[in-house]
Each structure stands twice: as structure tokens, then as C-alpha cells.
Design a binder for this molecule. Structure first.
Ligand code: IMP
Length: 445
């Protein structure tokens, strides 16, 4: 029975959480395979809003395993806060499992993330400052600390000592810099800085987290194998998206993991043949948080319409998202990169009320060349101008539509244009934030 991956096809915030929540109905496990608490999912169920950063969206299904795979970087403090929040809301977390091989985000990773951003100044990537990049960097340097290390005091202390050793200089620089900023009245207080990183107190804190997380720590790859081998459906839930992919996205303005479907194998411990379907989630327009190229970005009425109607503010950082038209050049690239078998388009309702809707179908380079494909050279992308096809807008509200036939003709034409262009059917359309505000199209299987 199939593994099914759900991935973002733009720069994140496509609404993957809601799609996961819907597609998980007949699954037995939902597995996150990369990223950390830089992600943010909002799910509205029975009028109640749930926000998650680390825990997979599937947690609301109490009868399914909800798995944090080995490819995720885990901030144990945040994880415990989310567990506590769910418990308070009366939601059981007994089905949660955390891979013993997942790497941890340590306090110094958060400081180093901030240090890196401050150092880059205007050239900063605009990270979420959650310590994601530094944690993955330590993983690659083999200085990382894993979830399983929380259960062995001696090892934990030794590993923290080794990891801290080469960071002291960078942290001292950060402290000096912050003090200077503070003197100039420009302190950036987004992340509380404690430059007295103390081996003993970090070890104590992390041992305590380990003690509380122990019931959830497991061999999650084996769990996936038993579910798949028993013929059960397993969902691999991506965070962030293709254009933020460390290898294939708009480097260096990317995250430090691989959000594409292929990474589900590495980040969960399954084989490529375990994944039969790949659902790409695409917002009806484009948004991006943080810095980096964004060819179809708007600074006009249409952009403000998207921002306001779409409530485009980051779930994790609260930052306003940059908004723009749907970029079909980038979408076709992401669709291919992921081996996408179906698309779910979210937030179509946000476009209602616009006189016309544009979609980018090619770029023009600075030198005037026509670019039909996503350019492989970053400098070309930075200077690319999109060329649009203008489609009819639809004035009517569509949030109550539940069937394709209920949609205004212009909205249906929009869906057809997009799926024809990228060569993949749109199987699901979101017309509002609620769980029931969706249309399963005739392409849905
Ligand atoms: P990091 O993942 O915190 O290192 O940030 C790297 C880049 O990815 C920044 O541009 C972030 O804004 C972006 N990013 C990280 N997570 C998300 C997400 O869940 N949605 C949208 N953008 C994200």
C-alpha cells in the first residue's frame, strides 16, 4: 500500500497542513521528514484554530501514528510546549513518536543563527532564527547531538562539550556585537541572548527534556516499514517547499534541508519505491517570507488584496509575507522536481474580487532572452522579468462552493489553465480556511 508525500511547490506557506489533515483520513501514520520549528501549520477544525511548528499536522487524528522522522531537527523545549498545549486542548498525544536519530536544536544553534544573520546585515537570508541552519551544519560536521543522546548523561555531556568548543569565538563576537547595538539603541530583541552558555546548565536542561520525551522516542523508520508492509497508507509531510530546497531552491536564500519529495526517503528511512503518490500543494498566488528572488512579486493593489484577504503573515515569525502572481515557470519546475502526481490548489477564494488574474508563463532575461524554464543560474533569476497571460477574474465569493460546477466559469478556467500548463491534474481546491471548505475535483482519485 502506498506511501504518499505531500510537499510545497513554492516558497512555503502553501497550506500543506490542511491538505495533510484531509489526505490523512485513511492513513495510519503521518511522518514529518525534514525541517524543524521553522515551519508553521494552521489547521482550523470545528471553528478551533490549531498552530503547530514541529508536531506533524496529523496529530489531530488520534488513531494514527504521528511521527517526527530522523530528518527533522528537534528543539525539545518547543516540542514539549506543543505537547503541553495539545494536552490542555484535550488532544491525546499518545500516538506521537520521535525518531531517536533526529538531531537536536541546542541553545547555541539559536544564537549562531542570529549571529549569522546579524553578521550578514543587509545581505541576511531572513531566517526564522530558530537555529535550523546551525543544527543541520553540526549534523554534517558530525558534531550534532541526537534525540537518543538525551537518554545518556555521560554521552550528552561529552557531546555538548565537543560541540561548544568551536563555537565560543562566534558567540563571543555575537555578544560584543549585541552590546554595541544595544548602546546604539538598535538592539534586536527577537531572540533573547544569553552569552553565558554553560555546559552544566545546558546538560541539565536537556536531560530533563529527555526524561519527559522518553515515552515518545522510537525507531521510527521501523515503524514506517511495519505500516507500509502491513498495507497501510503512510503520509510523508513536507515542511517549507521546493524553492527553499537547499540543493534545488534559490540558494543561498533557502532553508537548510531538502523539502522535496525525494528527501522523504532519507528523512524517514524508507525507499523510493515506498512512495507511490506525490501531492504538490500550490497556493493560487505566490508568497515568500525572508529575502531572495521572487520574479512575480507585486507592490500594488493586487498584492495588497492577496496580503489582506489571504492574511499573509508568517505563522512562525509573524512577518508579513511578500505577495505576487502565480509563477507557472517556477511551478512547472517544482512539479517535475518532486515527481508530482497531483496538485492541491489552496486559497483560490482569496483571488475573488480581482478584475483579472495574471499568471507568469515565461521570463525575460536582462539581455532580452526568452526563458521558458526556471533558469539554473541564480544571477539570471535575480534579474528575470516575468511575462504574463492575463485571465478573467471572478467577482463572486466562492467559499461556499463544494463542487467544481459551483465555481464561476472564470475560476474553473484558471484551474484548467494551470493544470494544462504544468501537466498535472488539480485534484483538490481550497476555497476557505475551514476543513470542509474544499472541492474534490473529477481528477481526484
Ligand atoms: P530557516 O529555515 O529558518 O533557516 O530560514 C531560511 C529561509 O527559509 C528564510 O527565507 C525563511 O523565511 C524561509 N522559511 C523557513 N521556514 C519556512 C516556512 O515554513 N515557510 C516559509 N518560509 C520559510
Amino acid at each position: 500500500m502506498p506511501g504518499l508525500a505531500i510537499v510545497g511547490t513554492q516558497w512555503g506557506d502553501e497550506g500543506k497542513g490542511k491538505i495533510t489533515d484531509l489526505l490523512a483520513r485513511d492513513a495510519s501514520a503521518i511522518v514529518r521528514f525534514q525541517g524543524g520549528n521553522n515551519a508553521g501549520h494552521t489547521i482550523v477544525r470545528d471553528g478551533e484554530e490549531f498552530k503547530f511548528h514541529l508536531i506533524p499536522s496529523g496529530i489531530l487524528h488520534e488513531d494514527k501514528y504521528c511521527v517526527i522522522g530522523n530528518g527533522v531537527v528537534v528543539d525539545p523545549k518547543i516540542l514539549l510546549e506543543e505537547i503541553e498545549g495539545l494536552r490542555k486542548a484535550g488532544i491525546s498525544v499518545s500516538n506521537l513518536r520521535v525518531s531517536s536519530n533526529a538531531h537536536l536544536i541546542m541553545p547555541y544553534h539559536i544564537l549562531l543563527d542570529t549571529a549569522g544573520e546579524l553578521k550578514l546585515g543587509k545581505l541576511s537570508i531572513g531566517t526564522t532564527r530558530r537555529g535550523i541552519g546551525p543544527s543541520y551544519a553540526d549534523k554534517a560536521l558530525r558534531l550534532g547531538i541526537r534525540v537518543q543522546d538525551l537518554l545518556d548523561e555521560k554521552i550528552l555531556r561529552k557531546k555538548i562539550m565537543a560541540a561548544l568548543d568551536d563555537k565560543q569565538q562566534a558567540l563571543r563576537e555575537l555578544a560584543v556585537r549585541r552590546r554595541k547595538l544595544q548602546r546604539e539603541g538598535e538592539a534586536d530583541d527577537e531572540v533573547p541572548i544569553d552569552d553565558r552558555l554553560d555546559l552544566h546548565s545546558i546538560t541539565e536542561d536537556y536531560l530533563n527534556y529527555g526524561h519527559r520525551l522518553e515515552p515518545y522516542i522510537a525507531d521510527t523508520a521501523r515503524l514506517c516499514w511495519s505500516e507500509l508492509d502491513a498495507g497501510n497508507k503512510v503520509i510523508f509531510e513536507g515542511a517549507q517547499a521546493a524553492l527553499l530546497d537547499l540543493d534545488h531552491g534559490t540558494y543561498p536564500f533557502v532553508t537548510s534541508s531538502n523539502p522535496i519529495a525525494g528527501a522523504a526517503c532519507v528523512g524517514a528511512g524508507v525507499g523510493p519505491t515506498d512512495i507511490e503518490q506525490v501531492w504538490g500543494v500550490v497556493k493560487a498566488y505566490t508568497t515568500r517570507v525572508g529575502a531572495g528572488p521572487f520574479p512575480t512579486e507585486l507592490d500594488d493593489e493586487a498584492g495588497r488584496h492577496m496580503s489582506e484577504r489571504g492574511h499573509e503573515f508568517g505563522t512562525t515569525t509573524g512577518r508579513p509575507r511578500r505577495c505576487g502572481w502565480l509563477d507557472l515557470v517556477a511551478l512547472r519546475y517544482a512539479v517535475r522536481l518532486n515527481g508530482t502526481t497531483a496538485l492541491a490548489m489552496t486559497k483560490l477564494d482569496v483571488l475573488a474580487g480581482l478584475e483579472s488574474i495574471k499568471v507568469a508563463v515565461r521570463y525575460r532575461s536582462k539581455a532580452g532572452a526568452v526563458l521558458n524554464e526556471f533558469p539554473y543560474h541564480q544571477s539570471i533569476l535575480h534579474n528575470a522579468t516575468p511575462e504574463y497571460v492575463e485571465l478573467a477574474g471572478f467577482g463572486d465569493e466562492i467559499s461556499d462552493c463544494r463542487k467544481e460546477e459551483d465555481l464561476p466559469p472564470a475560476a474553473r478556467e484558471y484551474l484548467t489553465f494551470v493544470s494544462d500548463f504544468v501537466g498535472v491534474p488539480i485534484a483538490l481546491v481550497g476555497v476557505g480556511p475551514g476543513r470542509e471548505q474544499v472541492i474534490w475535483t473529477s481528477a481526484a482519485v
